[in-house]
Design a protein around this ligand. Structure first.
Ligand code: FHN
Length: 452
């Protein structure tokens, strides 16, 4: 009797465990980011030159969790963390690979979508928290080439397609979370695989670091040509010495590869701001990474795409504060970027086609205050006034540009005639008032160029 009750209660808990509702499943919260310990030195600034010019990139979360939109056997897994949320045994989760066959994957198509959106770099998940390598890893066979019927290497194909299209290619790597390895502890086990490997006290990060992290970072940096970015995630229990060792390894293998701050312990070339845009500018380089809908990995049914105007305003806001924008798409298990995401990115690309000059290679504008009508970026002697809210009275007031000088000129970036706009500058305050047409050229963001 006792045995039967026990069996029934275990079965019930398993079924209940698998039946988590979407409401109970939290969207992954960002790790507590450690700010960069120091501003980039000359070598880092040199490495970052292309990245600062690029400003806008595509993040791609693609893995076994994409197979059925973060659902597992009909149960909502909530996100790319579905293995954790549903506590799917590794042996069962690995079987997703048996049917993972993205026959519609086309690297050139993904790169075309990114390029036409105005994106200049791409970062693909090479290994997410589930520990499954989305490339031909020699460290173990738990990878897309050996364990799926597809037998292809998307890191190789995307790296090549990016090179051919003139985009930079980088890889995301989950550093302190790996649910396929017995030696990856996290704080109180909160993001560990405690269902296959229940005893956190037995887990030794250094063994995982030697057995998997270093060999995989080495093969990513030696088998695929130039890797422009190593985008680490969730450093968790890595030690300072291991973070330093990892940075040294990367610089030894590919000195030009830039590293984000989630390599841990204040190291890295730039800081990460996940899903949020900081209030003010930051002297140190930083990047906002953001989902286009509500999920990183492809999530069945999430069609809540950020409208293109929102994406454009986010991009301009970020750059006006000196940051980069890494915008995420989650392709399906068949290797297709969802149509809603593509349509969004096409609309962003149309705006970038006309206004890219005011984005690429620009930095935070010279204004002391954020104008009520929009944002300001700068490149050399050009100040780009991004006007979101067009003035009703035909007068664009630019407060305190910090310089008062004769010879200031203004024109509409989208007006190919370059026709000058009348302007007046207050000698005392430096405030400039520009006479602008009754209607904006672009309802989302019309750019007025103020030339010093
Ligand atoms: O847990 C991950 C999450 O799945 C996703 O990869 C994001 C992307 O920055 N990083 C972690 C959450 O902060």
């Amino acid at each position: 009797m006792k045995q039967t009750c026990l069996a029934l209660s275990l079965a019930a808990s398993l079924v209940c465990g698998l039946r988590a509702t979407a409401a109970e499943i939290p969207i992954p919260e960002p790790p507590k980011d450690v700010p960069l310990a120091a501003a980039p030195d000359a070598a880092a600034q040199s490495r970052l030159a292309w990245w600062t010019e690029a400003r806008f990139g595509m993040f791609i979360h693609w893995g076994l969790y994409s197979q059925d939109g973060c659902f597992y056997k009909g149960t909502n897994g909530g996100s790319e963390h579905m293995m954790l949320h549903l506590k799917i045994p590794l042996a069962d989760y690995a079987r997703i690979a048996d049917d993972f066959n993205p026959v519609d994957f086309n690297a050139a198509e993904w790169v075309r979508i990114a390029k036409e959106a105005g994106m200049k770099y791409m970062v693909l998940t090479s290994k997410h928290h589930d520990g499954f390598a989305m490339y031909a890893s020699e460290t173990n066979d738990y990878n897309i080439v050996e364990r799926t019927p597809w037998h292809r290497d998307p890191v190789r194909e995307l790296a090549e397609a990016c090179r051919q299209a003139g985009l930079k290619f980088g890889v995301y790597y989950s550093l302190g979370r790996d649910w396929a390895d017995p030696d990856v502890p996290t704080r109180d086990g909160y993001r560990s695989n405690t269902w296959d490997y229940p005893d956190e006290s037995k887990k030794v990060f250094a063994r995982y670091f030697e057995r998997k992290v270093k060999p995989q970072i080495t093969e990513l940096l030696t088998h695929y040509g130039p890797i422009a970015v190593l985008w680490f995630d969730t450093p968790e229990q890595i030690s300072a010495a291991e973070s330093h060792e990892l940075v040294a390894l990367i610089h030894r293998l590919q000195p030009d590869c830039i590293i984000n701050s989630r390599v841990g312990h204040g190291l890295g070339d730039y800081g990460v701001s996940e899903q949020k845009i900081p209030g003010g500018a930051d002297a140190k380089p930083w990047e906002t990474c953001m989902t286009l809908n509500g999920h990183w990995g492809y999530f069945k049914g999430d069609e809540k795409w950020k409208p293109a105007p929102t994406v454009i305003h986010n991009l301009v806001d970020i750059i006006s504060k000196g940051g980069n924008y890494l915008l995420n798409v989650g392709p399906t298990g068949k290797g297709v970027i969802p149509a809603g995401a593509v349509a969004d990115l096409q609309a962003v690309g149309a705006w970038m086609q006309v206004n890219g000059e005011a984005i690429y290679g620009t930095k935070a504008g010279p204004l002391k205050t954020v104008p009520s009508w929009g944002r300001v970026t700068q490149k050399g002697d050009n100040i780009y006034l991004h006007v979101f809210d067009w003035p009703k009275d035909g007068k664009l007031v630019v407060p305190e540009i910090g310089v008062t000088q004769a010879g200031l000129t203004a024109h509409l970036l989208a007006d190919k005639s370059g026709a000058r706009l009348n302007l007046k500058q207050d000698a005392a305050t430096g405030t400039v008032v520009i006479d602008v047409p009754a209607q904006p050229l672009d309802p989302v963001d019309t750019v007025v160029v103020l030339q010093l």
